[in-house]
Design a protein around this ligand. Sequence first.
Ligand code: PGA
Ligand code: ZN
Length: 420
Amino acid sequence: MPMIHSLGGLEILDSRGRPTVRATCVLTSGATGIASVPSGASTGKAEALELRDGDPARYRGLGCRQAVGNVRGEIAAGLVGQEMADQSALDNALIALDGTPNKARLGANALLAVSLAFARACAAEAGVPLYQHFAAIHTPGKLADSLPRPTINLFSGGKHAGGQVPIQDVLVVPIGAATVDEAMAMTYAVYQAAAELTLEKYGMRALTADEGGLAPPFPDAEAMLGDAVAAIARAGYTPGQEVSLALDVASSHFYTDGRYHLGGEPLDSAGMIRHLVGWLERYPIVSLEDGLAEEDWANWPALRKAIGGRALVLGDDFLCTNPARIRRAIEADAADALLLKVNQIGTLSEAAESCRIAQAAGWHVTVSARSGETEDDWLADLAVGWGGDHLKVGSITQSERLAKYNRLLAIEAETVLKMG
Ligand code: PGA
Ligand code: ZN
């Protein structure tokens, strides 16, 4: 049984230059795991709490010295010398140490870093690839059996760019690719075509947003979608047959006073649903994330009725990788796909529970990075081990994104696994 010999913590910087937490877990066997946690900007209200120092004189209050101190101090004191039968024993111990419903005392960033570092150390101790260890955390005895299809950020708006257009991401989904290798090459072609197109149309060099997407001054969301389709065609692919689109509307962030402020007349929920249906009719969209706001629970079933079967009804801020919210959404038939972000809930075991609940209901799972990422690549292993259908990591630029795509390419090369 793994026994924890030591735990270390380090404040490191994420892809926006903001502090985040890295943990090191050493088992008594000598097996070691190191892991870093990401951080969101377009966060859901029900997310577990990321502990920040709040000292305005240092990193504008975003320092993680307290969270790191909690790893080295209270968490280490509670866990070192303890035998941990498995991941859920470790995660239950972390949850008990914290003692709050949203991990506000020790910080979800501290807890998740330890949860992940322990998983890596256990995979090393067992001598198995991390994706197979993640598969066993999902369900004992499970082996990885497929690769996720990448969905790659092409255009950015909302909170990840200058807010020039309210919707957050237009992603390309290389549906015609048979392999990850082919998917990445197709995406590169579309991205380069999009960069040329935005230079011609908007006079914009290829300046990128937080996740590496292009962010020219689109006049509105329609232009963003139309330009994405034009870029697919310009790259030589047939939109909707070889390359489709996924959309993260992230509508919670432009929903105020019960209205959606998309530009033009503010829309009520029924109007917003009609608007989204209009997009589905005109553009090859296969996945629609947060089409309605997280507070607009009552109208999600109508959204699902209106677009279900045509595109995935994917919940991010709406579900926050939270088992209780996912169960409620299943009962209400309010969605059919989960956006899974481990740090929204704060431990691997709880995120695995969310994943299992969604999959047992026949839902699709998109495993997602955050807009603030690190060079760590555990997310690719997690998406493979947990049978994620899609992997959403950001664009095909910037090393914190490419670390995950490169890891997926390596898993594809060393296994016989195929995209589903
Ligand atoms: P975040 O956004 O990581 O900034 O929260 C990502 C998303 O909304 O999918
Ligand atoms: Zn989202």
